[in-house]
Design a protein around this ligand. Structure first.
Ligand code: SF4
Ligand code: SF4
Length: 322
C-alpha cells in the first residue's frame, strides 16, 4: 500500500512554522517512515512541476503556512487545493493573517516606502522600487504581483482544518499529524486546539486576586516580574484571557506574558475580548485617569490584534476604508 503523501508549503511567513516541524526532533522519525513528503521547499528539493504531475487529490494532507499576498502564492495554494484531500492552515499567519497582517493597517505606498526607502538599514538614493517586470540584455525577469491586502488561507481556498500558533508547538504539530493520519478525522473547519482561554490552564491563574485593579500598565522590561503571580495582577498586559489554550504556555513558563499567538476562542474577536477584559480591571475613576493608564499601551493595534488582523473586526473596518 502506498504511504500517505504530505506537502508542506510556505507563503508570507517568517519560516518559524517550518522550524517548528524540525523541532519535533527525533519524534519525526516515528512519522517519517509512515509518510512520503512530496513538497517542502524549506527543507527538501522538490519542484512545483512535480506537484503539477500528481493526480488530483493524490496528496493526503497539505500543511500550508503564511498568509497569501502575491500571485505566485495564490497559484501554489490553488494547486495544492486541487492535488490534496486535506488542507490544514498551519500557523497563525495562514489561520488569521499573523504578524504580517498588521501591514493591512497601512496602504501600499506606506509599506513600500517603509521597506525600500525609509528603513534605517536601506540605502536607496534613486528611490528604486521593485517592478513586476525587468528586461536586462533582452532577458525578461518577472516578479509576482503583490496584493493590497494580506489574505488568510481560507480567503483564497477551501480549508479543512486550522492549527494556530506562532508557531504551533512541536507537540501541537505531532498531535495534529497523528490525528489526521489516524483517519479518525474531526469535523471540517475544526481548529485543532482546545476551545477555552489560556487562563483556564495557566498555573498563575490561582494567584489572581478576586479583583484586579491596574493603576498603571507596565511593560515587561520595566519590572522584575514575579515568576508565580498573574501578569495582569502585576500590571503587565497578558493576552491570556482572550487567547485560545493549547500551547502549554511556554512564554508564561519563561516569565513572559502571553502575546496571544493562538488567536481567540471560537467566534470571538480577540482584540475586542481583551479590551473588554481590560475595561473591567483598569482602576481609574475619571476619563482622564483611565486615559493616562491607557497611555501605557505603546501600540494598541499591535497589542490586541498582533496575530489576527486578517480575521478581525479591526481588519474588516480598515479594509473597507482603503
Ligand atoms: S492573564 Fe496571563 S498570567 Fe494571568 S492567568 Fe491568564 S494567562 Fe496566566
Ligand atoms: S503563551 Fe501565548 S504567546 Fe506564548 S505560545 Fe502560548 S498562545 Fe502563544
Amino acid at each position: 500500500m502506498s504511504k500517505p503523501k504530505i506537502a508542506i508549503a510556505w507563503n508570507s511567513s517568517c519560516g518559524g512554522c517550518d522550524e517548528s516541524i524540525v523541532d519535533i526532533e527525533v519524534k519525526i522519525l516515528d512519522i517519517a517512515p509512515k509518510v512520503e513528503f512530496v513538497l517542502w521547499p524549506c527543507a527538501m528539493d522538490f519542484k512545483y512541476d512535480d506537484v503539477e504531475k500528481l493526480q488530483d487529490h493524490e496528496i493526503t494532507v497539505s500543511l500550508i503556512n503564511g498568509g497569501i499576498q502575491n500571485t505566485h502564492q495564490k497559484k501554489i495554494v490553488e494547486l495544492l487545493r486541487k492535488k490534496s484531500q486535506i488542507i490544514i492552515a498551519f500557523g497563525s499567519c495562514a489561520c488569521m493573517g499573523g504578524v504580517p497582517s498588521l501591514a493591512n493597517l497601512k496602504n501600499m505606498d506606506e509599506i513600500f516606502n517603509s521597506s525600500f526607502i525609509d528603513a534605517p538599514s536601506v540605502v536607496n538614493p534613486e528611490k528604486i522600487m521593485p517592478q513586476t517586470e525587468y528586461i536586462n540584455n533582452n532577458i525578461k525577469l518577472t516578479l509576482p504581483e503583490i496584493f493590497k491586502t494580506l489574505y488568510k488561507l481560507d480567503d483564497i481556498i477551501d480549508t479543512d482544518y486550522y492549527l494556530p500558533g506562532c508557531p504551533p508547538t512541536a507537540s501541537m504539530i505531532l498531535g495534529a499529524l497523528e490525528l489526521i493520519l489516524s483517519g479518525d478525522l474531526p469535523p471540517k473547519n475544526t481548529i485543532i486546539a482546545p476551545n477555552k482561554a489560556l487562563c483556564a490552564s495557566c498555573d498563575r491563574n490561582k494567584s489572581k486576586p478576586e479583583n484586579i485593579a491596574i493603576k498603571e500598565i507596565k511593560r515587561i522590561h520595566e519590572i522584575i516580574a514575579d515568576p508565580d503571580t498573574c501578569f495582569l495582577a502585576q500590571g503587565v498586559l497578558c493576552i491570556g484571557p482572550a487567547t485560545r489554550d493549547g500551547c502549554d504556555y511556554p512564554c508564561i513558563k519563561g516569565n513572559m506574558p502571553c502575546t496571544g499567538c493562538l488567536g481567540p476562542v471560537q467566534d470571538a474577536d480577540q482584540g475586542a475580548k481583551m479590551i473588554g477584559t481590560l475595561g473591567g480591571i483598569l482602576d481609574g475613576d475619571t476619563k482622564e485617569s483611565v486615559e493616562k493608564i491607557l497611555d501605557g499601551i505603546a501600540d494598541p493595534a499591535g497589542t490586541f490584534y498582533r496575530y489576527c488582523v486578517s480575521d478581525s473586526l479591526l481588519g474588516k473596518e480598515r479594509k473597507e476604508e482603503m
